[in-house]
Design a protein around this ligand. Structure first.
Ligand SMILES: [Zn+2]
Ligand SMILES: [Zn+2]
Length: 473
């Protein structure tokens, strides 16, 4: 069984890449899919090409997903194929002299289709070949190759038999045991010579190891499936014929899917990983972004912050407004940049967040920055006010009040002062238990902005404060 290997930086993710010089494994978390036309991914740390491990570490063992094989044929394309086969099988006896030809064609198509199932599943696709694929002349040579394999096997057995009984039974045993391996090789490599090569067959069986015997056992059980349901009948009715050819097809698709999956699961050991799995289309823009995110994380973890910063900065030149990249850039600046650079960036970053109404995220960033820059203040009145509102909503009254302190002196023309000071008064009264100061702010609003709607609110609030004060007194 393949040992589970995880991404060096993400213990919960399976590894699909390996860097030989760094001796590190990476998951798809750290190595984003490349768009078409790009080079194969390289290691972030040493820039050497990575080795693809395929699904070796992500694929569940076939014996753990048995259910999936039983449902595999229950899909539109395979069911329509089975339906067509059953109908042809029922009509064949009435076609007179054409019957043997028709039966031969159906057998050829069935074998070809089954081998195509192995091939598809071995590439990680769970969609059976379409009806069109099944009846196209394409890959029909697989049928003749399969026949040739049986013929070569028979001839070989005949000659080996002349060496004596022991040799005969040893060869027979190996051949019977090797049937699934040979079939899998044929489906995957489509080469007659590989599929009859005893060394190749032995290699595949050895590479899979003991689970090959398990696979063999499953295949034997499954091949008895149709007989189990139908039993043997001397004079079968058309319904029985239909049912048995349907079940025969169904069980053989289950078996072939299982063999295909076995190739998929053991692709690394079998040396079939040269072919990359089909990934969805990736746009260059998405790629640049996820690459910068992944690289910067790896470099940060390795203590190479300067390089991480460079990677994110490069990505930001093409996607200045991307919030994830901005956040990562901020985290890196917090670690490495001078106060001036950090302050300049945070101003822009905060505005960007406020524009897209992420006031609470902006407030978190503000608190974060204050840990390093004790005297930090956002440059504009409206930024300060928005941050203060967000902070007061999460109960951080002290930080919020700091932002609004002396606003009427710093920004005398700011139109939001009445609203800001009303907020100050509320926090003073409710969070700081300071009604006296609260009254000062309310009075300021009432006196300074008598025509504003906030003045009315300020009066009401002042009234409430006074009333509560007399009650407690
Ligand atoms: Zn990772
Ligand atoms: Zn490396």
């Amino acid at each position: 069984m393949t040992e589970a290997v995880h991404c060096h930086y993400h213990q919960s993710n399976a590894a699909i890449w390996h860097c030989e010089p760094c001796q590190k494994h990476y998951g798809d978390c750290c190595v984003p899919n490349v768009p078409e036309g790009y080079d194969e991914p390289a290691c972030t740390l040493c820039h050497e090409q990575l080795t693809y491990l395929g699904a070796a570490h992500t694929a569940e063992p076939f014996w753990q997903i048995i259910n999936k094989f039983f449902t595999y044929p229950v899909q539109l394309s395979s069911l329509s194929f089975l339906f067509v086969s059953v109908v042809i099988g029922l009509l064949a006896p009435y076609t007179g002299p054409a019957e043997p030809i028709l039966s031969l064609i159906m057998m050829a198509v069935l074998i070809k289709y089954s081998l195509q199932i192995i091939e598809a599943v071995s590439f990680g696709s769970w969609e059976p070949p379409s009806l069109e694929d099944a009846f196209s002349a394409d890959a029909l040579s697989l049928f003749f190759k399969q026949m040739a394999i049986f013929f070569v096997g028979g001839v070989a057995l005949y000659f080996i038999g002349s060496l004596g009984w022991i040799a005969f039974f040893a060869a027979l045993f190996f051949m019977l045991l090797g049937v699934p391996a040979s079939t899998m090789i044929l489906a995957r490599e489509q080469s007659l010579f590989s599929a009859i090569n005893p060394i190749k067959i032995a290699f595949v069986m050895a590479a899979i190891g003991w689970p090959y015997l398990l696979l063999y056992f499953f295949l034997i059980v499954l091949s008895g499936g149709p007989a189990y349901f139908i039993g043997f009948q001397l004079e079968p009715s058309p319904a029985t014929v239909a049912a048995s050819s349907f079940l025969g097809g169904y069980f053989s698709f289950v078996m072939y899917a299982m063999m295909g999956y076995c190739l998929y699961q053991y692709q690394a050991t079998l040396g079939y990983t040269a072919e990359m799995e089909e990934f969805g289309e990736v746009s260059e823009e998405d790629y640049r972004k996820s690459k910068a995110m992944a690289d910067s994380l790896i470099l940060m973890r390795e203590g190479r912050e300067e390089e991480a910063l460079k990677a994110v900065k490069a990505a930001l030149t093409n996607a200045a407004t991307d919030l994830q990249l901005n956040k990562r850039f901020f985290q890196l600046l917090m670690l490495t940049a001078s106060d001036e650079i950090l302050q300049k960036f945070v101003g822009k970053y905060t505005q960007r967040l406020l524009i897209v109404r992420k006031d609470h995220e902006a407030a978190d960033i503000y608190l974060e920055v204050r840990k390093r820059l004790k005297a930090y203040m956002p440059a504009t009145a409206s930024d300060r006010f928005k941050l203060a509102k967000a902070l007061s909503e999460t109960g951080k009254a002290r930080e919020s009040l700091r932002l609004l302190f002396n606003m009427h002196k710093t920004f005398p023309d700011f139109a939001g002062i009445p609203e800001a000071y009303l907020l100050v008064a509320k926090m003073l009264s409710e969070n700081m238990n300071n009604d006296e100061q609260a009254r000062v702010y309310l009075d300021y609003v009432i006196k300074k902005y008598p025509d504003s709607r906030k003045a009315e609110e300020a009066k009401v609030f002042r009234h409430v404060i006074d009333k509560l004060a007399t009650q407690t007194a």
